[in-house]
Design a protein around this ligand. Structure first.
Ligand code: ADP
Length: 704
């Protein structure tokens, strides 16, 4: 179907009428003619217009073309044109254009009044009626011109249409088709002036006078953006993106603009633009990109997780193997590789190595078969002991294998993790423990026999001790008896010797006197020894009882000094005493205290050649102890002898040629007596620097 050339703009007067006339001549149907006329007038005068004509066959009149009128208004017009006696029906037979008031028609179809112009051949009834919404009273020139020029043409077309079937008016059809397109479609001139827009495009780029300011602004912005984008295109088909705004919701939209210039040989060039909404596509692309990024991140994470898992597995000293549900090895750590993986390099021992690895693999497979078998379908872990071979050395490696099923979210088997634990150490420890038990039971037997032996020895010793005790008692008894037996005749000897020396039996010669003096001195020494032995035996036999009484130390010391006075006088030593102020009275055995002090003082005088002897008494309140010390400036005693001299018959110099007399029993008696008092004798001494012997005893003795 040939299309008429596009209509020129209404301002293109005076050629406009010529163009319309050419256009009308090119029209192939009455509808096309009517449309050309209506559009031309409507555009030229900005007024609504319609062209009414006969319907198909016996049908009532139809609106062949209209501009600026609703379907209802068109229907009102056709009804009025068909209704006999109506103001419009009169025009069927009456030539000439005429203005009518708005209320001439029912429903005020043309609110400002209108002109009705009958169209047809002169002298014949009107074939069609042209209605133009312009106020009267003078018929506009264009309307009159159209009626005279287009009327006959239209009548001819109507007559020819009546002969053949009326085809739809192509322009209208095209408009309907374009309007039905869901993408915005526009027809513009090359400058971007809008010639036609379908509904979608109007929504974006057209705003009526009653549109809201917001919509106005959005439409203006869209028009500007559209024109700018359009200006970038050339004469060829062009695609680019154009960002627009949704005038209703204010949302950003993204369109792809495809422009196709249409170069008409007989008219001005126009541009067909089709906009494709990419907003959703953009969003989808963005979402896809985001998903892809997330996928990559997850993949990276999974890779690093796997890496970390590898590192963790490798850091475990025990071999670990991950197998798939069929038992195929998926992953293993280094210790497992050493046992189950084939060697990377072939060595001289490659053959044996290979054989051992295969044997290990076979053992592992049969171990897993237990867990994977139908018998153990409900079992999640399996433990067993295997003896593998060390592939490098061939040494047996006792292992405990523990396999765990790994289940997926749906409870399906996804893999099996098997951890091996080397039992060599455990077995070695068990062996050692067994050995320790053996040794300890041996030891126990030995201890038992030694204990029995010891008990026997103890019994023996106990009996010997009893025997010794009995022997000691017998000895003490013997010594006590013997001392007594010795002392009686000895005292008689000393008595007679003394009498002889005093001249009872007459005067003696000097040699006789000298010899008698020696008898006297030796006899006295012997008596001293016997007395001391007697003391010791009495103490040991428990026959020296304690006689406790209250006494004062100063008085006791005076007595001692008085008794020692002749010896002190002979010694030419200075002897001093020093007593603490306010010494308390003492409850103890006075005789024994005196005997000890006498002994210490006589030793001090014996072993001191020059200087003096200092006797001091102190009372230590905190301990309730009295300390009587005898300090001399004598020969002193070497540390090595300081213990020994307290034992029976022990002297520093015990040689037959010794310089000092004595029995070696004095200090041992002192020690025993001090113990009886609940005290002790201490010594501080150094050779050549004198000695200090101190008796410590409690102020109040306790009877034992
Ligand atoms: P003795 O009868 O020999 O004096 P003692 O038991 O009293 O027996 O003394 C033992 C020995 O201790 C003495 O032989 C002497 O070697 C030494 N001794 C005792 N007192 C003193 C002292 N004050 N200075 C040096 N040596 C002493």
């Amino acid at each position: 179907m040939a299309s008429p050339a596009p209509l020129p703009p209404a301002e293109a007067d005076p050629g406009a009428r010529l163009v319309l006339a050419e256009h009308l001549l090119a029209c192939e149907s009455a509808v096309a003619c009517a449309r050309a006329v209506v559009e031309w007038l409507a555009r030229r005068h900005g007024a609504p217009a319609a062209c009414l004509g006969p319907g198909d066959g016996a049908a009532a009149s139809v609106c062949l073309a209209s501009e600026g009128l609703t379907v209802a208004q068109q229907a009102s017009l056709t009804r009025a044109w068909d209704a006999p006696g109506s103001p419009l029906a009169a025009f069927r037979t009456r030539p000439g254009a005429r203005g009518l008031a708005a209320d001439a028609l029912e429903g005020a179809v043309m609110p400002g009044g209108f002109f009705a112009v009958p169209l047809g051949r002169s002298g014949a009834p009107a074939a069609a009626l042209l209605v133009v919404g312009l106020p009267g009273p003078t018929v506009p020139e264009d309307v009159a011109w159209v009626a005279s020029s287009a009327g006959p043409l239209l009548a001819r077309q109507l007559a020819s249409d009546a002969r053949g079937p009326r085809r739809p008016e192509p322009d209208r059809l095209l408009r309907r088709v374009i309007n039905a397109v869901s993408d915005p479609v526009l027809l513009t001139d090359t400058e971007g002036t809008l010639l036609f827009a379908n509904g979608r495009a109007e929504g974006l780029l057209v705003a009526g006078p009653d549109a809201s300011p917001g919509r106005m602004r959005a439409v203006e912005l869209n028009q500007r953006l559209f024109r700018e984008t359009l200006a970038q295109g050339g004469t060829a088909v062009h695609r680019r993106e154009v960002p627009l705004v949704d005038p209703l919701e204010g949302m950003d939209l993204l369109f792809e603009l495809v422009t196709t210039p249409v170069l008409a040989p007989d008219g001005p060039s126009v541009v067909v633009s089709v906009l494709r909404n990419l907003t959703d596509l953009g969003r989808a692309t963005q979402a896809l990109g985001e998903s892809y990024r997330q996928l990559r991140a997850t993949e990276r994470e999974a890779r690093s997780e796997r890496h970390r898992l590898d590192r963790v597995l490798d850091s475990v000293a025990d071999p670990i193997i991950l197998t798939d549900p069929a038992g195929g090895m998926v992953m293993m750590n280094d210790p497992a590789e050493r046992l189950f993986a084939l060697p990377r390099e072939e060595g001289p021992s490659g053959e044996a190595h290979l054989r051992r690895v295969r044997a290990n693999d076979a053992l592992f497979a049969s171990f897993l078969a237990n867990l994977l078998g139908p018998v153990n379908a409900g079992v999640s872990r399996w433990k067993s002991q295997l003896t593998l071979d060390d592939p490098s050395t061939g040494a047996p490696v006792p292992m405990e294998a523990m396999a765990n099923k790994v289940l997926g979210d749906g409870g399906e088997l996804t893999g099996i993790v098997t951890v091996f634990h080397d039992r060599t150490e455990v077995l070695e420890r068990a062996r050692l423990l067994e050995r320790v038990k053996e040794v300890s039971s041996e030891l126990e037997a030995r201890v038992q026999s030694a204990t029995a032996e010891l008990a026997e020895q103890n019994e023996l010793l106990r009996r010997q001790a009893i025997q010794l005790e009995q022997a000691s008692a017998a000895k003490s008894q013997f010594l006590a008896n013997m001392s007594h037996e010795f002392r009686t005749p000895l005292n008689a000897i000393l008595g007679y010797t003394n009498m002889l020396l005093q001249g009872v039996s007459g005067e003696m010669t000097p040699p006789q006197r000298r010899n008698l003096t020696r008898i006297d001195s030796n006899g006295r020494h012997l008596l001293e020894v016997i007395n001391e032995i007697l003391d010791i035996t009495r103490i040991e036999a428990g026959r020296m009882p304690l006689h406790l009484s209250d006494f004062g130390i100063p008085e006791l010391l005076q007595e001692v000094m008085a008794e020692m006075d002749p010896i002190i006088a002979r010694s030419k030593l200075t002897v001093e005493t020093q007593l603490d102020e306010g010494l308390p009275g003492v409850w103890s055995d006075r005789q024994k205290v005196k005997q000890i002090v006498l002994n210490l003082l006589s030793n001090a005088l014996k072993f001191t050649h020059e200087g003096g002897v200092h006797v001091a008494v102190e009372y230590q309140n905190a301990t309730g102890t009295v300390a009587i010390s005898v300090k001399d400036t004598g020969i002193g005693i070497d540390v090595s002898n300081q213990e020994k001299i307290f034992e029976d018959f022990q002297q520093v110099d015990s040689s037959p040629t010794r310089a000092y007399g004595g029995t070696g029993l004095g200090l041992s008696i002192c020690r025993r007596l001090a113990a009886m008092l609940g005290g002790r004798v201490s010594l501080l001494s150094a050779p050549g620097q004198g000695s200090t012997f101190t008796l410590h005893f409690p102020r109040r003795a306790r009877r034992t």
